[in-house]
Ligand binder design. Structure first.
Ligand SMILES: NC(=O)c1ccc[n+]([C@@H]2O[C@H](COP(=O)([O-])OP(=O)(O)OC[C@H]3O[C@@H](n4cnc5c(N)ncnc54)[C@H](O)[C@@H]3O)[C@@H](O)[C@H]2O)c1
Length: 246
């Protein structure tokens, strides 16, 4: 059975949370809405929103998960985000998806299941792989550097007359797709079955992040190599999916 991505929508009795839950429920996700239903404003509005998502408000009990009567992949729990014990229990029970299921996820799953990897353009592709910690450091560095407004701003997209700056964060080290696969194979200790296919329409041969401004302004230098990153990822994946059999 296909594993649906599990998402937690916080503040789901609120204005944005409810609309987000309704929008996501039409897509291929398993959703859990969470809200403390605080009395910052009239609670009846929140109950009306919960009813909109198919939650029977008379049956709400703090900490208990309720299924929606309207949306097949939606459930709701009244819980306060600051309630550590309650949140821990919810996370233990639900196992929300944490990583982003991109190429590393897809290929790892296929290799573990002995299914072929679809390799487009016969592997003649290059991609930039950035380990999450390097992204976090980039974001954190950007918080410490407040940009000045650009009074001469005309139309470049990276600056503004307002004090802000857009930074690209990434490894900036394009890796050959086949090298990525070999590194993943050795992290898993398994060989992949490779299905070599032609280029897909609309795809591009090579992508990578231009981090020149990020390096200059934020002293940004990614630290984690592809090999290290994939080894950590594989360890996490095997532990999270208990051997990868999802
Ligand atoms: N509404 C807007 O136009 C708008 C625009 C930009 C940003 N925002 C921001 O987005 C956020 C959500 O906006 P909204 O309009 O949906 O607000 P909202 O007040 O309608 O919804 C927030 C919900 O979060 C719940 N909540 C608060 N603390 C909680 C906690 N500790 N645990 C669990 N649930 C908790 C509340 O009960 C409430 O239902 C706010 O931070 C708001 O400032 C809103």
């Amino acid at each position: 059975m296909k594993h649906k991505i599990k998402i937690l929508v916080t503040g789901s009795a609120g204005f944005i949370g409810m609309h987000t839950a309704l929008y996501l429920s039409e897509q291929d996700y398993e959703l859990t809405g969470l809200d403390s239903i605080n009395d910052y404003y009239d609670k009846s509005l929140k109950y009306a929103r919960l009813a909109e998502t198919g939650i029977d408000c008379d049956t709400i009990r703090y900490g208990q998960i309720l299924k929606s009567s309207k949306l097949p992949s939606y459930q709701f729990v009244q819980l306060d985000l600051t309630d550590k014990e309650g949140m821990n229990k919810l996370f233990e029970k639900e196992k929300f998806d944490i990583g982003r299921p991109d190429i590393s996820f897809i290929f790892t799953k296929a290799i573990l299941k002995g299914e072929p990897l679809k390799i487009f353009n016969y592997g003649e592709m290059m991609r930039d792989f950035t380990y999450i910690d390097d992204i976090v450091v980039g974001i954190s560095n950007s918080l410490k550097t407040i940009p000045a407004g650009n009074p001469c701003w005309k139309n470049d997209s990276a600056t503004s007359s307002a004090p802000f700056r857009i930074y690209n964060i990434g490894a900036s080290n394009p890796v050959k797709l086949m090298d990525f696969i070999t590194t993943l194979e050795s992290a898993l200790g398994m060989n992949a079955i490779k299905e070599m296919l032609p280029m897909q329409p609309g795809d591009v041969i090579s992508t990578y992040a231009d981090v020149s401004l990020t390096q200059l302004d934020l002293n940004y230098k990614p630290q984690v190599s592809l090999k290290e990153g994939l080894e950590i990822f594989v360890k996490w994946y095997l532990n999270y999916y208990q051997g990868g059999t999802h």
